[in-house]
Structures are given as structure tokens and as C-alpha cells.
Design a protein around this ligand. Structure first.
Ligand SMILES: O=C(O)c1cccc(C(=O)CC[C@H]2O[C@@H](n3cnc4c(=O)[nH]cnc43)[C@H](O)[C@@H]2O)c1
Length: 207
């Protein structure tokens, strides 16, 4: 049984590719783990996992950078995401929001699932198609779901793993705060370095 490492972009796994001397491909097989680069967003992620996820994997590890709602958490910090919500999936009803669960069409929130003990702080997440960058929508989502972070893929990974009953973990490294967009404030390099160093240790200790 193997681990499937899933990320949206190769750039987010740069040091992992370098450490294991891997070819710059979107699907890589190694002895102990495989890597799948899905492309950005929940649709690309669900499609890529739909093609590659199988019972040969006993763990899916979703890695990536993310935006953080909580300014007390430093940029470059790593978080173990225990629950992730498709926050835009549902219907507006005037000023209210109805989830697909409210509408009777299924679930919008999915948990991680693993027996492994991960030595990282835990947090909850939302998964969005549109990166939050507007004060009004940021306040609205903070009031409705109070997430710690947002990404563009996490809930799709948890969803696919729930469909296939495969254990899953999501570790996110904070590259930016959720705020009106200003990429000069992002610390992508630091976030990727910390994420990759953690992943290299995790993967080497697993085998
Ligand atoms: O510009 C670069 O150098 C660069 C290098 C690696 C990755 C990126 C990305 O922009 C990755 C997109 C990826 O990041 C997640 N993300 C990061 N911040 C947020 C956010 O505030 N809200 C939602 N998603 C965020 C997301 O999962 C994207 O897939 C750039």
C-alpha cells in the first residue's frame, strides 16, 4: 500500500521533487509514494483524483499553501486540516445562505480521516473557487463558518477520499492572510520551504 501525495502545482512541491530527484511530471511513481499534481481548483482536483485514486493507496496526503483568516497565526506556519467545507456550494436566499445540506442535496463539509498522529496544530478550512479578497465577503464567510484557512482544493480531496473510503490528511502552509488582494504581502517561498521540509520528514518517517 502506498501514499498518494496530492498538490495543485508542482511549484508547491519544488523541494520534494529536488530531494527525491524526481522528473518534472504531473504523475510520479516512487517505491513508497506517488505524487499527483492536479492543477489549481476543486474541479481540476476532483477530475485528477477521479482518474488516479484507487485501492492501491491507503493514504492521500494533500499538501499546499493557503490563505489564513487568523492574524495570530504566522505566515509560514503549518496546519493539519481536520475539516474542510465547500463554502460556495448552495444557494443564496436574500441575505442568507443555504448549504446543499439545507437544500437536501448532500454534504458540503468533509473531515480528514487518519489514525496517524500528526505533530501540527489543527484547523478547519474552506475551499473556494474565488480567492476571498473583498472585506464584505471575508466578514460574511468568517461570521458564517469561522474557518481558519482557505484553499482552492482541500474539500475536493477529502470528498474524493470519502467516496473511495481512503484515509486522508491535508497539511497547509500559510502563504498569506485573507485580505483584499496584495501579492506583495504573500510569503510563498517561506510557506513552500516549510511545507516541503515537513513533507520530506513525514514521508521518510513513514517508510
Ligand atoms: O506566485 C508564485 O510564485 C506561486 C508559487 C506557487 C504557488 C502559487 C499559487 O498561487 C498556488 C495557488 C494555490 O494556493 C492556494 N492558496 C494560497 N493562498 C490562497 C488564498 O488566500 N485563498 C485560496 N487559496 C489560496 C490555493 O489552494 C491555490 O491552489 C504561486
Amino acid at each position: 500500500m502506498k501514499t498518494l501525495v496530492v498538490a495543485a502545482t508542482k511549484a508547491e512541491l519544488t523541494l520534494l521533487y529536488q530531494h527525491y530527484n524526481l522528473a518534472a511530471e504531473d504523475f510520479i511513481e516512487t517505491k513508497n509514494f506517488d505524487i499527483l499534481i492536479t492543477g489549481v481548483g476543486m474541479v481540476a482536483t476532483a477530475f485528477a483524483l477521479g482518474k488516479q485514486l484507487s485501492s492501491k493507496y491507503n493514504l492521500v496526503l494533500n499538501l499546499g499553501i493557503a490563505g489564513c483568516f487568523d492574524r495570530k497565526i504566522e505566515l509560514g506556519s503549518l496546519l493539519n486540516i481536520t475539516q474542510d467545507t465547500f463554502s460556495e456550494l448552495g444557494a443564496e436566499n436574500g441575505d442568507d445562505f443555504l448549504t446543499i445540506s439545507d437544500l437536501g442535496f448532500g454534504e458540503s463539509t468533509y473531515p480528514n480521516k487518519t489514525r496517524l498522529k500528526i505533530d501540527l496544530p489543527t484547523a478547519t478550512a474552506i475551499t473556494v473557487n474565488r480567492v476571498s479578497g473583498n472585506e464584505k465577503s471575508i466578514n460574511a464567510i468568517a461570521n458564517r463558518l469561522n474557518p481558519t484557512i482557505e484553499s482552492m482544493e482541500g474539500a475536493a480531496v477529502f470528498f474524493a477520499c470519502s467516496c473511495e473510503n481512503i484515509d486522508c490528511l491535508q497539511v497547509r502552509s500559510i502563504s498569506n492572510y485573507v485580505e483584499p488582494r496584495n501579492k506583495d504581502n504573500w510569503k510563498i517561498g517561506l510557506a513552500i520551504k516549510n511545507l516541503n521540509n515537513w513533507a520530506i520528514t513525514f514521508l521518510s518517517e513513514m517508510n
